[in-house]
Design a binder for this molecule. Structure first.
Ligand code: SLL
Length: 158
């Protein structure tokens, strides 16, 4: 019998976070103990918003945050918050309905501190207010195995 070749199409994505230590200027609603402002995002390698294939991205924050499950239902698929600590953010990507693909879920370690800013015992040293933006960004590829015809057209259109 003839072997059916499986088709898979991959799409590059960039995900991660940027963070900056806040100075005197803080959002009016930010709790006093919040020291950093950060943004977590999912986008294409050239800054594209990926809304051709993504319907929504759900970011599940640490339970110290009010309403920690944050759904972003339109591009840009990103979330900006303030806080004091690093933690694992669960990122769940839902694809457009017509794709009929299961959501994918992964963790991103929210990075607020430069790794260098540690003494020899691994204790984090206070970084200055004018410290540069910290970032932790990853490149990945989402592989779609045997996408349906409609979704295949969307995938190859880019
Ligand atoms: C830590 N395991 O102890 C981590 C927890 C929690 C971070 C970090 C603020 C939440 C809020 C915030 O930054 N939580 O006040 O809304 O380092």
């Amino acid at each position: 019998a003839k072997r059916i070749k499986t088709l898979s199409v991959s799409r590059p994505i960039i995900y991660g976070n940027t963070a900056k230590k806040m100075g005197e200027v803080k959002p009016p609603n930010a709790p006093v103990e919040h020291s950093h402002m950060w943004t977590i995002f999912v986008r294409g390698p050239n800054g594209e918003d990926l809304s051709d294939i993504i319907k929504s991205v759900v970011f599940k924050l640490h339970e110290t945050y009010p309403s920690p499950t944050r759904a972003v239902e339109a591009p840009p698929f990103e979330l900006t918050e303030t806080g004091w600590g690093e933690f694992e953010i669960n990122v769940k990507i839902h694809f457009i309905d017509s794709a009929n693909e299961k959501p994918i879920s992964f963790y991103h370690h929210l990075r607020l501190h430069e790794y260098q800013n540690q003494n020899e015992s691994g204790v984090k040293l206070e970084s200055g207010v004018n410290s540069p933006e910290v970032e932790s960004v990853f490149y990945d590829e989402i592989v779609f195995n045997e996408p349906n015809e409609d979704f295949f057209k969307v995938l190859i259109a880019k």
